[in-house]
Unconditional design. Structure first.
Length: 384
């Protein structure tokens, strides 16, 4: 399924493989970037491309970034909050175009996307950087660093699309760190992928301005948004961001008819109250509809939150029960292998339609987007 790794490629991939490990997920297979592509010098001009979302300010060559809600004002030779975009003489540049620090083959269920091509594989790539600083981040070793601080390969969009096809992956996934901050690479990658007959999905925090979201994620075939909590205080104290722009992004994606799934990582004592679970479910029903899948996912101690316990399974089941009671059709429990709430059921006849064991879809009964037992439409992208 993958190309044989030489020693140099294996060691380099092993250095970044931890970044690809989701909480309680299986280790990914490692994929070698061809030797001619990298590694490159960390100041290689091939990584540097003018950014798409910024405006020039009068005087002193300053710019204002228009990519995410922070709207960083950046002076000459300075970088924004994410650390991967730099002002050079009044022109803003991304420093991570094609600067791939992790490349792996994952089940699409690992993202997790449960209503998008079950049982298929995604060629998953990341660059360094993020526009928030979640205290529970399992990918901090690539998300909370500058690009020159981690090994990387030069992997231009056409090469990524080629590797996806060679490894029998119908989809490229932009994931692991935060794709918001490498939107230019993501957009070019989606174009190259579509030209080669390969789709694209993004795994994102959704902390993005509307114009950038429409331009970048408009090219995606599916989107998974990590909704960290349903309170502004949590976003401020634990995420170092804001809730409202993320909710706005979800509404925008819905208006764009972009297939979207939501993950809510349940962190004990911080975002696991009944009021948040119930408020979130009601918000989704009112603003997005009952068919948007929500995954309540088990937390494992990571990064700066090693003092908290693993989320008890009954807490996840309580969250699911509240969302079910509010009328949401597709409520999942994540990171608990073997739990029946990892399967997909028909909301009308309640028959199991997709069975999952771990991160593998072992049975898929949906036919032409409908339940074969009662013909209820099951929203999603089920067939290539």
């Amino acid at each position: 399924m993958t190309r044989k790794l030489d020693r140099r490629s294996f060691l380099r991939c092993a250095m970044t493989s931890g970044a690809a490990l989701g909480v309680c997920e299986f280790a990914p297979r490692l994929v070698a970037i061809p030797a001619w592509a990298g590694p490159q010098k960390q100041d290689d001009a091939r990584f540097t491309v003018e950014a798409k979302f910024y405006e020039k300010l009068p005087n002193n060559k300053r710019i204002k970034c228009k990519l995410c809600p922070r709207e960083c004002t950046v002076g000459d030779r300075e970088r924004g909050y994410c650390g991967v975009r730099e002002n050079r003489g009044g022109i803003y540049y991304t420093l991570v175009h094609s600067r791939v620090c992790a490349a792996h083959i994952d089940p699409i269920e690992k993202k997790p996307l449960f209503h998008y091509l079950p049982g298929t594989l995604a060629f998953s790539v990341a660059t360094a950087g993020c526009n928030v600083n979640c205290k529970f981040c399992q990918n901090w070793d690539i998300s909370q660093v500058r690009p020159e601080q981690v090994p990387a390969d030069y992997a231009p969009p056409k090469l990524v699309a080629e590797l996806a096809k060679q490894n029998a992956c119908p989809t490229i996934a932009y994931t692991y760190s935060e794709p918001v901050v490498f939107s230019e690479f993501l957009m070019d990658g989606a174009d190259a992928g579509h030209e080669a007959g390969v789709r694209s999905v993004v795994v994102s925090n959704g902390y993005m301005q509307e114009e950038a979201l429409k331009s970048a994620y408009g090219k995606m075939d599916a989107v998974k948004i990590d909704l960290k909590a349903f309170s502004e205080s949590y976003y401020k104290d634990v995420v170092v961001g804001e809730l409202k722009p993320v909710l706005d992004s979800l509404v925008t994606l819905r208006k764009m008819n972009k297939w979207t799934e939501i993950v809510y990582l349940v962190v004990p004592t911080l975002n696991d109250s009944d009021s948040e679970f119930r408020g979130l479910a009601r918000w989704i029903k009112t603003n997005l509809g009952v068919d948007v899948p929500i995954h309540f996912t088990q937390f494992h101690p990571q990064y700066l939150l090693k003092n908290l316990p693993i989320t008890p399974v009954p807490t996840l089941e309580r969250a699911k029960a509240m969302a079910d009671a509010e009328g949401l059709h597709y409520v999942y429990i994540g990171n608990v292998p073997g739990h029946p709430a990892q399967n997909t059921y028909c909301p009308k006849c309640h028959r199991m339609l997709v069975e999952r064991v771990g991160l593998t879809a072992t049975k898929m009964l949906i036919r032409k987007g409908s339940c074969p037992f009662c013909q209820q439409p099951i929203p999603g992208v089920w067939h290539a």
